[in-house]
Design a protein. Sequence first.
Length: 142
Amino acid sequence: MEVFKTHGAFSWSELMTTDPKKATEFYGKLFGWKVEVMPMPGGPADAPPYHVIKTRGADDAIGGMMACPQQGMPPAWGIYVTVDNVDETVAQAKAMGGKVLMEIMEVPTVGRMATIQDPQGAVINVITYAEMPDEKVTRQCP
């Protein structure tokens, strides 16, 4: 199954943390993750870097870590679910009693994403990935 193309598949995990360096050290040692630092996709040149997680011995990225985007935001893991059309998914979630916590945004070279909350209060990210010009290119992050 290609998780970046399969509607409903969990496709990315991301940690927003107050200290990406310490988180990299902790999880790298705990799970044997290899973490590569790169510029924030679609971000300004002075944006804090993005940390791409790979499992030991693998080239494919499985997740990422980044600094919390807002002061006072508690560290938390988030997950992304691939959807065929993020606009339709967000509209459907709202019609079913869900809320939009982060409006749909475009991240160049990554895709369109939003953060929604179900009627019980659980939060999840939805994403429609950008088409890759070369299917052999490894995705870096959402």
